[in-house]
Ligand binder design. Sequence first.
Ligand code: SF4
Length: 92
Amino acid sequence: MEINANKFSNKEVTVTYDPCTCKLSGRCYKELPEVFMDSVIPWVDLEGAPAEAIQEQVNRCPTGALKFHYKNPPVKVSKEEQKQKAKKALAY
Ligand code: SF4
């Protein structure tokens, strides 16, 4: 895991933290203590939970101090594209 004071990365995701924006509500470390910790350094352990759970918790940060990014974002496929792919697969 790559570590600097306000940026945490593993091979899949990056979480950044803006201490000037954080209001120390404690929501992140109370709701997902496997990842966000209040008494150790580094205080973010990206191996503590699946990426989806980390993303959900980051989205609950009331101030936007936490940001989440996939290094290779999952490809979103529309329902129409899914239907077309299914039709093509059935045609062969
Ligand atoms: S949830 Fe956001 S505002 Fe609250 S302590 Fe964590 S980073 Fe700071």
